[in-house]
Design a protein around this ligand. Sequence first.
Ligand code: NDP
Length: 296
Amino acid sequence: MTAKIIDGKAFAARLRERIAEEVARVKAAGVTPGLAVVLVGEDPASAVYVRNKGRQTVEVGMESVEHRLPADTPEADLLELIGRLNTDPAVHGILCQLPVPAHIDAAKVLEAIDVAKDVDGFHVSNVGMLYTGQKALVPCTPLGCLLMLRDQLGSLSGMEAVVIGRSNIVGKPMAQLLLGDSATVTVAHSRTRDLGAVVRRADIVVAAVGRPEMVPGDWIKPGATVIDVGINRVPGEAGKSRLVGDCHFESCAEVAGAITPVPGGVGPMTIACLLANTLTACCRANGLAEPEGLAV
Ligand code: NDP
């Protein structure tokens, strides 16, 4: 069997088109969704990411506000800025780009963001609401994975899902989202015994580990759907580097029913889901109907 390749780039582009239509509807009701992104310091990867977020925010018709602060910004000043954004009615989503410099307590910053504007879904109250099956803002990467799985499989009810990785930003929220869609969920991690046997049970595999190509094709149940979250840079040809996922793509694609590539799979969905969360937050804050199927 040769798997269908799930084109995350095309899926994300369609999602942004839909968001742009919904933004136009919300604007017609008199509100412009606004996203504020805060970047502290000069981390080059973060700067590129923030620039892309800003560009895509504007492209779907939303307001984008960027706050770039020097690396030595005192924690108190950052908290004061977040306090101002919390009370600004033009801002519906607030994101503080991680990592923050070492002198700033990231947990304190995340908890300072208004739960209703927490479009990264990292605030403990949003985490708790997701775990208790209430309306929440959920982390963008696992939300993107869920949307792709629903699109690929329709109902996930009763399916065996194995999530490899238990981080707060991917593995754990992913497991909760799958549970919310009535999959039977196993969360594997570095202490899991016989990981291959665990993965072989799965109709759905989500790999979020950060280890290049660690999942071989012979761990995959024939016909399973494989979502590869991993982004790993490895040495390539002619002294250049290349990106690979956590799954060995060629061998997994021989067995799986569908698989996301790296790059071009989960990656492009993350910013699209950030825009979806901002739109959802805006609709909820203004008592407007929220778009169907873009949030939990
Ligand atoms: P973390 O390092 O926070 O978590 C990795 C998880 O993998 C841990 O739970 C760890 O287990 C588990 N793990 C490590 N080694 C093994 C092993 N040998 N067998 C089984 N499990 C193992 O990573 P993140 O969740 O933040 O990210 C995971 C990957 O996803 C990375 O490659 C990252 O770059 C990528 N990523 C991609 C995004 C995107 O596409 N937009 C967004 C976010 C992440 P334990 O808890 O026991 O240590």
